[in-house]
Design a protein around this ligand. Sequence first.
Ligand SMILES: C[S@@+](CC[C@H](N)C(=O)[O-])C[C@H]1O[C@@H](n2cnc3c(N)ncnc32)[C@H](O)[C@@H]1O
Length: 280
Amino acid sequence: MPLATCDEEQLEIKLLLEALYHCHGYDFRQYAYASIRRRILLHLKNNQLETISSLQHHIIYSRHAADRLLIDLSINVTEMFRDPLFFQYLRQQILPLLQHTEYLKIWHAGCSSGEEAYSMAIILNELNLLSKSQIYATDFNNKILSKAKQGIIQLKNMRLHIKNYIDAGGTEQFADYYNAKHNYAILSQKLKKKIIFSHHNLVSDAVFSSVDLIICRNVLIYFDKALQQKVFQLFNESLNIGGYLCLGSHETLCFSPLSKQFKTCSETLKIYQKKADKQL
Ligand SMILES: C[S@@+](CC[C@H](N)C(=O)[O-])C[C@H]1O[C@@H](n2cnc3c(N)ncnc32)[C@H](O)[C@@H]1O
């Protein structure tokens, strides 16, 4: 069989993503092309499929095949206190400004297996803000959400998490936040009970209302520019005036038309604050 040319491959990918959307509602049509292509080719290899068109056939006729593809298309790499300097700034500069808010609502969009949300709960605990906070952590991948809800982390990964915690300015004994059992660390109930993990798709689902802080890190990097704009709009509508938006180190609000509605707190750390209408 002749190899697909670049144009043919693009067409096959476009048709595959249309099939995935129309048959199962999973919408990857506005994801950044290079990374989605890489994931699809890897999925073909792992499933011993020769062509994208043969995968498309499976997707049209099998929900199970679509669910498996969804898992391979979503990249779930994460860690606790990822980018410690970001968490240090959050702890020292941003959260103290929110301490007088009556009830703090925090949204982690694209939370993966939950390490980022558990890190937030730890910082809030150390700032004595945990009891008056509610953390919502959402993702569109149900399998990874089940893992997040369990709050169980492989012990071998804890070394990195502890180092990040210290680099992020942690002040307590990190071991107080989990119980070690066999090869796993079971995160404490005190943290778990303040986090609501739920399904939310940034491409298609509605706004979260009246949020004080949105953390959406290392998610928009996989979206094309138009989809990023749509999600910025969703975040703008979800945030309270004076609320903060935090993005990943390779993401920025600065080229968006919405940037005028935000003050940049740190472009290095990608932290932005929503202005009041009179400040525009
Ligand atoms: C690389 S992880 C980032 C995890 C965490 N925010 C961090 O920075 O460590 C990206 C996450 O975004 C999620 N994601 C991708 N597209 C999404 C969408 N349309 N709606 C909600 N979550 C999405 C993926 O399932 C994945 O868990």
